[in-house]
Design a protein around this ligand. Structure first.
Ligand SMILES: [Zn+2]
Length: 206
């Protein structure tokens, strides 16, 4: 089962990909994480990617594609892919290389998305992410796992969020349009609780 999750920031697609990964025992693949792993492990691709990042440039698509192809090929039984594709070229690449069984779009209005992102807090030490709306820590501003201080990430300010949302509308909506032409495109209401979203997804992909 090869599944792609799409949605605006704050729609919870990363969290849902994780829950689905646990339920179906298939890997949750986040391309940003795969890129960071390659850099950390100093693979050939990781070294090339790092040379661009060090210059403050975006990693060119051909290297990102090579990383995606590598990590998806290793997931022989299937995957839950999140954070890719973000633009039309990436979407076309994905469709040319892999058979996708389900496209899941987590639909959420902008206002709710912004509210949710502004409620995110991250542990300074272990980087675990909380949300003061629906994933509160036991003690206010303290990490449940390591006791570290919880902070609002620098890139989670209103201006930066609006910029990311604009980019999403500009680029990812073309991806959504392309995927909507496929018969296995499913829309999910992401304005519900995490568990309700999860239930809806499971009922629709089975
Ligand atoms: Zn922590």
């Amino acid at each position: 089962m090869n599944v792609v999750l799409l949605g605006i920031q704050g729609s919870g697609k990363g969290t849902q990909a994780e829950l689905l990964s646990q339920k179906y025992k298939l890997p949750h693949i986040n391309v940003g994480d795969s890129l960071r792993e390659n850099i950390q492990n100093q693979t050939e691709l990781g070294k090339i990617a790092k040379s661009y990042i060090d210059k403050g440039e975006l990693v060119p698509d051909e290297y990102v594609f090579a990383i995606v192809e590598d990590v998806l090929n290793k997931a022989e039984k299937g995957f839950f892919l999140d954070g890719f594709p973000r633009n039309l070229e990436q979407a076309k690449f994905l469709l040319s290389k892999f058979k996708i069984d389900k496209f899941l779009l987590l639909e959420l209005d902008e206002e709710t998305a912004i509210k949710r992102i502004l409620a995110r807090r991250q542990c300074k030490k272990c980087k675990k992410v909380y949300n003061i709306l629906f994933q509160k820590p036991e003690v206010e501003n303290v990490c449940d796992i390591c006791g570290g201080e919880l902070i609002l990430r620098e890139d989670d300010n209103k201006q930066a969020i609006k910029k990311r949302i604009e980019k999403f509308h500009h680029e990812t909506e073309k991806v959504i349009k392309l995927f909507k032409e496929q018969s296995n495109f499913i829309t999910i209401n992401a304005a519900q609780s995490l568990l309700a979203i999860n239930k809806e997804i499971i009922s629709k992909i089975n």
